[in-house]
Design a protein around this ligand. Structure first.
Ligand code: NAD
Length: 366
């Protein structure tokens, strides 16, 4: 009796968690033979199959892994919806040590789980997954996108993400300063990895003054040499007197500690989940009169890249062309927010909800 009660209580809490943001389906994958433990979360498939990468992480608990999968898959739904793509939101997390646990059989077993969903979930590379890992997964399922160029895929999406972020920054400058010209603008780029490096190149080509920082000093040195950007300390980036702060490293850098320090008028960068608290910090930025381009609107270039690949219609020119629309998307979100007196983050989510609802209604008749 006691055991039954315990099981019931746990069942309810998992279902409540899944219901909280209205997820459609969550698949718990287990294989004792290979040691695979994974969760595939499908948030919403009204616009198309749930697309989102697979990440591998050593989660402290199953609950933490589930929360991550639910949060990330929901984010993919909104990113696709506001970008105007016909694709839904999904994400997979594999629990384990990416350095030790991955074997061919482990990854192919995971591919079989994806295949069992018959295309309702489409995966791609994410944190701690390599091109080789994706190749093993693709041996068992066709529902993989963004494979390397050597396998006929679209390859690294970072250049398109950077391009979309760059046009988004121009849109925000147009909104705030009345001109998209960047030659007199000062931009702080936090993180010069794949996206930050390409972004810095775009900004420097327009003669913007660009300050960069990264934990990796070698990367900073390389980008300083190739672009003429100015290096700054990791913590000093928050105090700089710049027009734009472009987070391109980690999430949650916009929080109670950093917001009071920021002197910029615009936050527009590629990192995912920039607001530590998506409601509170969205409004805190409004109080400081800082215009925020929601991350999932401005960094959608990478999703555009894998989306075209998934449709088997990929070419780099087309991806860049589609990413140009991020300019209008950013302006539209910020102007909608202004009209409604709400934060850009909320306005973007409402636009996403609206598109899903309206397109969803079309499906009731032939
Ligand atoms: P990356 O790993 O190539 O680059 C991240 C860089 O940030 C690294 O150079 C790292 O050393 C640096 N970094 C880490 N912590 C830092 C800190 N505290 N201060 C300064 N620098 C720090 O990753 P990426 O592909 O360039 O992606 C950057 C961000 O954009 C991530 O948040 C990612 O989720 C997001 N994003 C990327 C894409 C894409 O196409 N690559 C698409 C959408 C969103």
């Amino acid at each position: 009796m006691e055991i039954n009660q315990l099981e019931t209580a746990q069942d309810v809490s998992i279902m409540e968690e899944i219901a909280k943001f209205n997820h459609e389906q969550v698949v718990f994958c287990n294989d004792n033979h290979t040691g695979l433990k994974a969760i595939i979360a499908i948030h919403n498939t009204v616009l198309g199959p749930g697309l989102g990468g697979t990440r591998m992480w050593q989660y402290a608990s199953d609950k933490e892994a589930l929360t991550d999968a639910l949060r990330l898959s929901r984010g993919m739904t909104y990113k696709a919806a506001v970008t105007g793509l016909n694709i839904g939101g999904g994400k997979a997390v594999i629990m384990g040590d990416a350095r030790k646990d991955k074997t061919e059989a482990f990854l192919r077993r995971f591919g079989k789980f994806i295949e069992s969903l018959n295309g309702k979930y489409v995966t791609a590379e994410d944190v701690n997954m390599t091109t080789r890992d994706m190749e093993y997964i693709a041996m068992e399922t066709n529902h993989v996108t963004g494979l390397s160029k050597s396998l006929g895929g679209s390859g690294d999406p970072s250049p398109v993400t950077a391009y979309g972020t760059y046009v988004g920054i121009k849109a925000m400058c147009k909104k705030v300063y009345g001109s998209e010209d960047l030659s007199n603008r000062k931009v702080a780029v936090q993180g010069v990895g794949q996206v930050g490096m390409y972004l810095t190149e775009y900004l420097r080509k327009e003669n913007a003054t660009v300050y960069i920082t990264d934990i990796n000093e070698e990367k900073v040195k390389k980008v300083v040499e190739s672009t003429g950007a100015k290096p700054v300390g990791m913590d000093a980036i928050y105090d700089l007197d710049t027009d734009v702060y472009a987070p391109c490293a980690l999430g949650a850098t916009i929080n109670d500690l950093t917001i009071p320090r920021l002197k910029c008028k615009i936050i527009a960068g590629a990192a995912n989940n920039q607001l530590k608290d998506e409601i509170k910090h969205g409004y805190d930025l409004m109080d400081r009169e800082i215009v925020y381009a929601p991350d999932f609107v401005i960094n959608a270039g990478g999703l555009i890249n894998v989306y075209l690949d998934h449709l088997k219609e990929y070419n780099a020119e087309r991806a860049h062309h589609m990413a140009e629309k991020i300019y209008d998307n950013c302006l539209n979100v910020v102007e909608n927010a202004e009209k409604q007196g709400i934060s850009p983050q909320e306005a973007a989510m409402l636009l996403g909800d609206k598109r899903i609802e309206e397109v969803g209604r079309l499906k009731v008749s032939f």
